[in-house]
Design a protein around this ligand. Structure first.
Ligand code: GDP
Ligand code: MG
Length: 672
């Protein structure tokens, strides 16, 4: 933890998915975490600093969870943080339009004996829907402070923080839920039994007792490690007396229902709202999928049109001018030839080729951001859920895929919300086939070179192919490596919201800035390394096959011959792509443009490839080994080098096979 002299309190934000925690976190800390109107966006806890009243506090955004059981990794992250790191205050963010469900977590937080302050968020929507909430009554019944807020409209936030910090001096909530005398007695009995063993830990004995009765395996394991065999035996005896878990959950809902009935008034008739009407169409059994496909297709078309034809041209011309000017200056200044070559070929030719695609990426993520924020993406996930399930895959797999379209690293991490090991492994192993943002420049380059008229449809097809390969492999894995039942999942549909300009732009900037950052660091480093290899041994013709780089590429080139791009240049770019996918374009830019002084990359690609080999090359880059960052994440998340290596290799095989198939079948059909 970042506890230090100047940091006063540690404040954790806990709440259900999609209740506005991250929006609140951003408002409090001024950071720009990804906000999305669908569940499962935050899977890791994030920390930031809040400056308030001249003091600094640590704010921790926990993953959204419906409960604090031990069912999935994100629940465990949230729970362990609260129990073990002991934040000074937990701000429980709730969606006030949906209190019944949200308060379930609240009851669990109260039972953990932590200092809870309730943020009654989305209060703007409560008013819009004519719901009346008696905050005072709610506060009395729950025994905690309740503050109405709107994170999105930045209302009530100061009040919330003020009360949260004040609460540091208050006594902790003492409200307890009665589970009926039988269970209450068992809890008392177990708690006094465990008191000694847990005295020196951060686990409250009452909570441990409750969890044991609920059948929490993690806590049971903890108890069996910490307590003497006699105590464990007694625990076993008590918990085997009945199925307390269901009774406890029932009682909690009863407790919540009672509170709601006394503090919330909903308008009598909830008419079939517009939202429901829209959903009837967008999530329709037959129309849902085609509608999603059409929306995505239109987005790719528009992306191409606006990003490439309008904005891309500008940036491209700008870069060209910059290159010419810098070159002229360097020549004039009599700079060493190698330096001039490095700057014009490595930096401008290589890194510049990647940066050139920034406008396109901006446009695409603005559209995707609008879909996310409006709530549509959750509908798409809902529609896909049925299809995934029919294929034996877990519905949440699709959410990790959607996140993977930005970058596969968070895509792989998003699988943490899958509570079943088998489902999670499959989702992780197939995520690399989902085309990420870093692969976009490759497609864009080859589309500009060969298919400028059909950009949208080709881009769209590539994403679809990646998705199809992913689900096919998923199906295969579920039949072979990971057999067993998928667990159920109920996709929840958030209400539609008008996307906020701020939210959409922040989301876009999040992606674009990390893209630019990578261009300036990782890609620059890779290009520099490759550039050195391309002018060594000294005296060799730079960027020729005689250079070290050329020799390395030539070694691998025969492997790619059946796929139609068996050149050392293509091979080298693919190898570089394993470090980072943008490096494919950066490398091509360097070796092609550098070799033919001042040539334009698109023209060089037109000469070096054919339409068919361009297609097979795009398929290769879509499917082959994901970048090192993804492999490392898979290693970390599975805790196994074996699975990381497996992913690297099997995707390589699939990529190669895909490219060869495209090229060979295309050739047979008479294409070239
Ligand atoms: P998280 O999953 O809890 O982190 O939720 P997010 O912060 O990602 O927010 C989910 C959605 O709710 C986003 O579309 C937000 O713009 C929206 N949102 C968050 N807070 C409010 C609020 O107070 N009022 C309204 N109307 N929308 C909100
Ligand atoms: Mg979040």
């Amino acid at each position: 933890m970042m506890k230090g002299v100047d940091l006063m309190a540690v404040i954790a934000l806990a709440g259900n998915p999609n209740c506005g925690k991250t929006t609140l976190f951003n408002a409090l800390t001024g950071t720009r975490q990804h906000v999305g109107n669908w569940p499962g966006v935050t899977v890791e806890k994030k920390e930031g600093i809040l400056k308030f009243d001249g003091e600094e506090h640590v704010i921790v955004d926990l993953p959204g969870t419906y409960s604090l059981g031990a069912y999935s990794e994100d629940e465990m992250v949230a729970r362990n943080f609260i129990v073990e790191e002991k934040p000074d205050v937990v701000i429980n963010v709730v969606d006030a339009t949906n209190l019944e469900r949200n308060l379930y977590l609240t009851t669990q937080l109260i039972e953990m004996g932590v200092n809870v302050v309730l943020a009654l968020n989305m209060i703007d929507e409560v008013k819009e829907k004519n719901i009346i909430i008696d905050t005072k009554e709610l506060s009395n019944k729950l025994g905690i402070i309740v503050i109405p807020t709107s994170a999105a409209k930045k209302q009530g936030i100061d009040d919330l923080i003020e009360k949260a910090i004040e609460s540091l001096n208050n006594d902790k909530p003492t409200t307890s839920i009665s589970y009926g005398s039988d269970i209450d007695n068992q809890i008392e009995h177990l708690a006094s039994l465990l008191d000694g063993s847990f005295k020196k830990t951060s686990y409250p004995p009452h909570w441990i007792a409750l969890k044991l009765l609920e059948g929490d395996e993690y806590i049971y394991k903890l108890v069996s490690e910490k307590c003497s065999p006699e105590i464990v035996k007694e625990v076993d005896r008590v918990i085997s007396k009945g199925d307390f878990g269901i009774l406890i959950v029932d009682k909690r809902y009863e407790f919540i229902g009672d509170i709601i009935s006394k503090s919330v008034i909903k308008p009598d008739l909830e008419l079939d709202s517009t939202s429901d009407k829209i959903d009837k169409i967008l999530t329709h059994k037959w129309f849902g999928l085609p509608i999603f496909a059409i929306i995505m297709f239109v987005i790719y078309q528009l992306t191409f049109y606006i990003g490439e034809d309008v904005l891309g041209e500008l940036v491209g011309t700008g870069l060209e001018l910059l290159g010419e000017n810098i070159n002229a200056i360097l020549v004039k200044a009599n700079a060493p030839e190698l330096l001039t070559a490095f700057i014009s070929d490595g930096l401008i030719g290589g890194v510049g080729a990647v940066v050139e695609f920034v406008p396109l990426i901006m446009v695409m993520y603005i559209f995707i951001g609008i879909l996310e924020d409006s709530g549509y993406m959750a509908r798409a996930a809902y529609v896909m859920d049925n299809i995934m399930r029919a294929l034996g895959l877990h519905g949440k797999t699709f959410i990790s895929m959607l996140i993977g379209t930005g970058c596969n690293v968070p895509g792989v991490m998003a699988t943490r919300t899958l509570d079943n090991k088998k489902d999670r492994m499959i989702a992780m192993l197939i995520n690399p086939f989902i085309s990420c943002g870093a692969r976009l420049p490759i497609y864009l380059l080859f589309i500009s070179a060969f298919f400028p008229e059909h950009g949208g449809i080709i881009l769209f097809s590539l994403y679809i192919i990646g998705f199809l390969v992913a689900i096919l492999m998923g199906k295969l894995f579920s039949k072979t490596l990971f057999k067993g039942e998928s667990s159920d999942f109920i996709m929840e549909l958030p209400p539609y919201r008008i996307p906020t300009l701020e939210g959409v732009l922040l989301n876009m900037w999040d992606k674009v800035s990390s893209f630019l950052k990578r261009a300036g660091t990782t890609i620059l480093a890779i290009v520099t390394g490759l550039w050195i290899l391309s002018v060594l041994p000294l005296g060799v013709e730079p960027y020729s096959q005689a250079s070290l780089l050329g020799r390395i590429g030539a070694l691998f080139a025969p492997i790619f011959k059946p796929a139609g791009f068996g050149t050392w240049k293509a091979s080298v770019s693919l190898i570089a792509g394993v470090a980072a996918k943008e490096a494919v374009v950066a490398t091509l830019g360097m070796v092609y443009v550098g070799a033919a002084e001042g040539a334009n990359l698109v023209t060089a690609i037109q000469q070096a490839f054919t339409p068919l080999s361009a297609l097979s090359f795009m398929i290769m880059t879509l499917l082959y080994t994901p970048c090192a960052g993804v492999i490392a994440t898979i290693k970390k998340e599975t805790n196994s080098t074996k699975w990381a290596l497996f992913t690297a290799l099997y995707t390589l095989a699939i990529g190669w096979l895909g490219a060869v198939l495209v090229f060979q079948i295309g050739s047979l059909l008479g294409f070239s």
